[in-house]
Design a protein. Structure first.
Length: 334
């Protein structure tokens, strides 16, 4: 029996991926940038086993067996087996996969990203694949390619029709900006109504703003964000993060029928962050929302106590608008 276990981090985008130019190959319409979180805090952990006596491929997610007949999962497993360099017939052995998350699934916390990054890395080790793992992870879930690395990561959209250059690369390791912290405000951990995949497909079909964003906004913004990270320019980083999150949600509303992911509590949090930044005459905290109501804050370590104090003052425990806090930092890697 061969057995491999890996962990992979959740990543939170600061320049968002929203829209595919090729659905089957999962090729995006723009570059995106994210930070991977500390694997000890928010991660997927996957064990893969292959054995000559297994008679079928099987998968367990958080302890429950799920169907292996999932198109993306199959494509990921097929890709890896095809690229493997095992030479003894072991590539024909069936595989059993066990994966767990230590965070709420489908709460807008990119569980599929960590999950597919982890699965791809574990299977690539099992089948001795030497090719780019981010490209394999991408075929499971687009944002998974960014979770293959720690620190700040850029997913290059690429130009090749087959997607050979649509891969992720680390911009800097987490140690480059050790003061960076995130706080996840869990507004609601119920499953989101419209999946990202469906939402972005609908945006590509109907939103003119999406095309404008991809052609005119993101190319400039992505270079500015890349530089802000390299130069540890927090104010610029924060402004770009906020603007890009809001633009992605503007595209979601420009979609027909619209995809509305934010709640009154999400809006109240962003209003509070703007009021706070305004009061302190500097952008000390950034917020960003994925395809769900939870808000992620990026801030520097020295500002954490004050900002947590402000949040707890306005959203006290026991209040109707109660939110849970998950604090994290970035040091990460598989
Ligand atoms: C991101 N999201 O950049 C954006 C922001 C959600 C909002 O990547 O269809 O689960 O599997 O490629 O990767 C979520 O999209 O979608 C996502 P698929 P995925 O993080």
């Amino acid at each position: 029996m061969n057995i491999v276990t890996c962990t992979a981090p959740v990543n939170i985008a600061v320049i968002k991926y929203w829209g595919k130019r090729n659905e089957a190959l999962i090729l995006p319409i723009n570059d995106s940038i994210s930070a991977s979180l500390d694997v000890a805090q928010l991660c997927a952990k996957t064990t893969v086993m292959s054995c000559p006596t297994f008679d079928s491929d099987r998968i367990w997610l958080n302890g429950r067996e799920e169907s292996i007949d999932n198109e993306r999962l199959q494509s990921c497993i097929r890709n890896i087996k095809r690229q493997g360099t095992l030479s003894t017939g072991m590539e024909k052995w069936k595989v059993h996969i066990c994966s767990i998350n230590n965070f709420p699934t489908a709460a807008g916390l990119a569980s599929s990203a960590a999950g597919y990054a982890c699965l791809s890395t574990a299977l690539a080790k099992l089948y001795k694949v030497n090719n780019d793992i981010s490209a394999i992870a991408r075929t499971g879930s687009g944002s998974a390619c960014r979770s293959v690395f720690g620190g700040f990561v850029r997913w290059y959209m690429g130009v090749d029709a087959e997607g050979t250059d649509s891969i992720a690369k680390q911009i800097v390791p987490a140690s480059h900006w050790p003061e960076m912290r995130i706080i996840i405000l869990v507004v609601d951990d119920l499953r989101k109504k419209i999946s990202s995949a469906i939402g972005m497909q609908r945006s590509v079909q109907t939103s003119e703003l999406l095309r404008y964003r991809a052609e005119h906004c993101v190319p400039k913004r992505i270079e500015e964000m890349h530089q802000a990270i390299i130069h540890k320019n927090f104010e610029k980083f924060a402004e770009l993060t906020i603007k890009d999150s809001n633009q992605m949600h503007a595209v979601c509303l420009d979609t027909y029928p619209p995809c509305s992911y934010l709640t009154d509590v999400s809006h109240a949090i962003s209003d509070l962050i703007h009021a706070y930044n305004n009061a302190v005459h500097s952008t000390k905290v950034a917020y960003t929302n994925d395809a769900g109501p939870n808000t992620v804050l990026y801030l520097l370590e020295k500002n954490v106590p004050e900002i947590v104090g402000v949040l707890q003052h306005f959203f006290p425990p026991g209040n109707d608008q109660n939110i849970d806090y998950i604090r994290g930092n970035l040091p990460s890697g598989i």
